[in-house]
Design a protein around this ligand. Structure first.
Ligand SMILES: [Fe+2]
Length: 230
């Protein structure tokens, strides 16, 4: 009853309950089994926005001068036969180095840490950003009480969100987790699987990091989700 009563226009405690009980991730896993070796999917989450800025490969999505450890992300998008997919869209969004998405944080400009990239003729994408931080799921409602009763913490491990698409292929919604995060084994939404862990490699200068992560798409209907926020 409390979960229902805490749900309204601004907040969906029912979805949060499904997330922290593992139901959301279970449904995602059941609906995205990978017999052909497609990339694993992960939850869309509440922070995706449609129409993020179109960027050129190499651009930075940290547009607010966001302080943090510089991060260089690159990879290749392929089909089931391992052939590179040109002109695939790589839509990325992430929390800042203090764990806030731009729509939660008045110090970040609109659409900061969000961008859409197109793969080149060899299927490659690359962009610059800053390392994201983990963040807690909301604990101000009954789900917070439930987590506490279960002696679980609310902190999601740091991650980048990706939505990778190309007409004729299923839209891949995923998250790539930082391999050095202390909460990989205890994500409150049970979202981390081995294949979703990316290597955030600290460079010899000790001041920047790289992440290389490839995606493989499965042929099918190209259907985009409804954005949870405008
Ligand atoms: Fe997230």
């Amino acid at each position: 009853v409390a979960i229902g009563q805490a749900t309204g226009e601004k907040k969906n405690e029912v979805v949060l309950a499904a997330d922290i009980l593992g139901i959301s991730t279970l449904v995602a896993l059941q609906n995205n089994q990978d017999p052909q070796g497609e990339s694993p999917s992960a939850l869309l989450g509440p922070f995706w926005r449609a129409n993020a800025p179109d960027c050129a490969c190499g651009d930075s999505i940290a547009r607010s001068g966001t302080p943090g450890v510089p991060l260089f992300v690159s990879g290749v998008v392929r089909d089931g036969q391992g052939r590179p997919l040109a002109d695939a869209m790589v839509d990325v969004w992430q929390a800042s180095p203090v764990g806030l998405y731009e729509n939660q944080d008045p110090t970040q400009e609109n659409m900061n840490l969000r961008g859409r990239f197109r793969t080149d003729a060899e299927g490659r994408y690359h962009f610059r950003s800053v390392r994201p931080a983990g963040y807690p799921v909301p604990v101000d409602g009954p789900c917070g009480v439930l987590l506490k009763a279960q002696r679980r913490h609310p902190n999601r491990p740091a991650h980048l969100h990706f939505m990778v698409s190309k007409p004729g292929f299923k839209v891949l919604v995923s998250q790539v987790y930082a391999d050095d995060d202390e909460n990989l084994e205890s994500d409150p939404t049970f979202g981390v699987t081995r294949r979703l862990i990316g290597r955030y490699a600290l460079q010899p200068d000790g001041k920047s990091a790289t992440l290389a992560y490839d995606f493989q798409l499965e042929p099918g209907e190209t259907k985009f989700p409804r954005p949870p926020i405008p």
